[in-house]
Write a protein that binds this ligand. Structure first.
Ligand SMILES: Cc1cc2nc3c(=O)[nH]c(=O)nc-3n(C[C@H](O)[C@H](O)[C@H](O)COP(=O)(O)OP(=O)(O)OC[C@H]3O[C@@H](n4cnc5c(N)ncnc54)[C@H](O)[C@@H]3O)c2cc1C
Length: 383
């Protein structure tokens, strides 16, 4: 092996991101986590600090950072303000999908996203299907220079406040995966309506249902070739899964640090509870699991940076990390005793938020299908 760890620049960026999070995001983070909408000025602050454009090309005001550096940003923000980390993730995804579209659209949306002035959301799931994404029914039917969109989407993170959707629909409803096409859809087009879903976590960016009623979308907003949208989603979204793994790990790390501080101060039976091995061993075990899961995430991002295959590894991250995080946060809450079973402490919120990561962008079962398919072979798929 030659070299194992972060570069000097990446370590420096971690310190910068951490300082930003402490200075700009920590004040009011607990209150913001209960709001119905994530304040736009926070996105602007992240834009001003160069975070929203971390992965975007310099041509659009971005910094052209590698995936590992983006992962560092996502992890550090997640420790302090989960929705900030989610916003960073969505903006990184926008950069990926916009490699396919016209220069005009990139100037309009990517340049605005970099400044924190345009928030993007991913719109795939429908009421009747989530895991089986090829079964979507929303239609985008070509009519001259437009597509006419009809259908219903749901569970859209940040859908109520999003400006633009990275959107999957069937251009050929008679086909399965081969009928899916990917679009960019401005969410202020006539014919689009929204309704908020009262989710148990992620409140400021909680799910929305989006309804499309004869929406006319100009053809230049198509991001994939017709019928190639499913493969675009599958191929290009692998890094997204790693970011969605690092966020719960950030929540877990913050909870573990809270638990360590609390255990040093709280006394029971005449001594700090940190002296009891029933407490300290839990801390040691969770620190080990978190570190192992982080290494898997960063190795996967490193593979992506090298242009090497990383689909299996990103699926491994995506099922493992929320489980590791949930267990760590649960025990961190128990170490705090009754006080953390209250909204006064951020841990109950982190626990509810972490469950969301067990679903978003594919459940553990779907991730294991991907891993097993690579390990055992496509011919042993169940369908
Ligand atoms: C917090 C949160 C945020 C989300 N954000 C977005 C978003 O921004 N955009 C978006 O489009 N969607 C979003 N989703 C939706 C998410 O992608 C879906 O919830 C997920 O893909 C699962 O789909 P489903 O909920 O319809 O469950 P289903 O597909 O109905 O599955 C139900 C259960 O059956 C299991 N199952 C299904 N198929 C198999 C199989 N072949 N083998 C074994 N088990 C199986 C699943 O693992 C699951 O436990 C979000 C969801 C949550 C909870």
């Amino acid at each position: 092996m030659s070299g194992f760890g972060f570069s000097e620049e990446q370590e420096m960026f971690r310190r910068t991101a951490r300082d930003f999070a402490q200075r700009e995001l920590a004040p009011g983070a607990k209150e913001r986590a209960k709001m119905e909408e994530y304040p736009r000025e926070m996105l602007n602050k992240m834009g001003d600090a160069g975070l929203m454009g971390l992965g975007a090309p310099t041509k659009y005001g971005g910094q052209g950072a590698d995936w590992v550096t983006l992962g560092i940003g996502v992890e550090e923000l997640a420790k302090v303000d989960m929705c900030a980390a989610l916003s960073l993730t969505n903006s990184a995804l926008l950069k990926v999908v916009m490699t396919q579209c016209s220069e005009d659209l990139r100037q309009k949306y990517l340049a605005a996203a970099v400044k924190g002035e345009c928030s993007a959301c991913l719109v795939i799931t429908e009421p009747h299907c989530g895991s089986d994404a090829a079964a979507i029914k929303t239609k985008a039917i070509r009519d001259g220079d437009y597509y006419i969109i009809n259908g219903e989407k749901t569970a859209v993170t940040g859908g109520m406040s999003g400006d633009v959707a990275m959107f999957a629909a069937k251009t050929d409803p008679t086909l399965g995966a081969r009928g899916v096409t990917f679009f960019l859809v401005p969410l202020d087009l006539p014919g689009i309506s929204k309704s908020r879903i009262p989710d148990m976590g992620w409140q400021p960016m909680s799910g929305a249902s989006l309804f499309f009623d004869d929406v006319r979308l100009p053809i230049e907003y198509r991001l994939s070739e017709e019928g190639k949208g499913f493969y675009m989603m599958m191929g290009q979204f692998d890094v997204l899964r790693v970011f969605l793994s690092l966020i719960p790990l950030g929540l877990a790390q913050a909870s573990l640090e809270d638990a360590i501080n609390y255990a040093k101060q709280r006394t029971a039976f005449g001594q700090p509870i940190a002296r009891f091995e029933g407490v300290s061993f839990k801390i040691a075990e969770h620190a080990t699991w978190i570190e192992a899961a982080r290494l898997l995430c960063y190795r996967t991002l490193w593979l992506a940076d090298q242009g090497l295959p990383h689909t299996k590894e990103s699926a491994m991250c995506k099922w493992l990390c929320p489980v590791v995080a949930y267990d760590a946060i649960h025990d961190a809450l128990l170490i705090h005793g009754h006080v953390a079973y209250s909204e006064e402490y951020p841990i109950e919120q982190r626990l509810r938020d972490t469950i969301g990561y067990e679903f978003t962008d594919g459940t553990a079962q779907v991730m294991k299908i991907i891993i097993a398919r690579q390990l055992i072979g496509k011919e042993f798929r169940p369908y």
